[in-house]
Design a protein around this ligand. Sequence first.
Ligand SMILES: [Zn+2]
Length: 271
Amino acid sequence: MRSIAKFYPQKGKDTVEEIVKKVQKSNLDGLTVTYEANGEAHYHSRHLPYSGFSLKELKKSLNKKHLELGLGAPFFFSDGVWENSPAKRAKIGFNDWPTTNWYRPLCPVYPGLFEDRLTLLLEAVEEIEPDFVGLDFFRFPLFWEELDEEMKLITCDCPDCPAKGGRTEVIYQYAIKVKEALASLPVMIHLVPFLEENTIKVTGQDPKLLANALDSLSPMLYSNLLKREDTYIYTTLEKLAVYKIWPSLEITKREINLLRSYDKVLYFYLG
Ligand SMILES: [Zn+2]
C-alpha cells in the first residue's frame, strides 16, 4: 500500500528539497498536488499565469527518491474561471451560487467548459508528466462538506443543466473522454462520500459507471469533517468493495487498519 498525501504549495514557503524531505520524514510514498490554484498554474501554461512553483521540478525530485507525484485536476471548480467568467458559475435558480464560503463551483454543461478544462489538464500532464491523475470536483455541484442531517441537496439548476435523472450519463461520458485522452496514465476520481440514490442523481457520480470508465475511485471519507465515527469509513468502503478503490482519508487517520490491501491510500493533507 502506498500512502500519498495532498499538498498545497505556497509561494515563498517550502522549497522543492524541503518538501521532499518532509515526505520522507512523514513516511509517505508521494504527494498529490493540483496544477491550478487561485487562478495561477504551478507550471508554465499557455492559458494561466505562472504561480512561481514548479510541479515539474517537484516531480523530478520525488521520483529520484522513488516517491510519486499525482496531479490533482480541479475540474468544475476554479477561482480564476469564477472571477473572469461569471456566466460559467453554477446557478441556483437565476442567481449566482452564494459566495459565503470557499466553494466556487462551475456549471458542468456550460458550452465549451468541459473542453477548456480538459485542454488545461492535458497541457499540465504533458508538462509535468505525473505518475497518476486525480479528478476532483468532477461532478455537478454539491457542497457535501457542509450537509447536515437534513441532507438538503443543493446543486446547479440553471436552464441548461439536465434533470437529476440525466446527470450520471453526462459525467460518465466526460469520464470516458478524459480516459481516452490519458490512456497511458492511471486516472482516479474523487467521489462525494454519500452513496444514496438521491445524491448520485444530483452529483452525477455513479460509482458503477465511473469504475467502468476510469482506473480507480477515491471516496472522500473525511469522518472528522463529517462528524461521523470511523465505522462510517468501513461501511462505505464495504459498499464499494467490488470496485478498485484508493480511499481518501484525513491524515489523522493514518493509524486505522483498513483490513484490505489497497494500492494507494490518499491523505488529506500534508501541511
Ligand atoms: Zn448548470
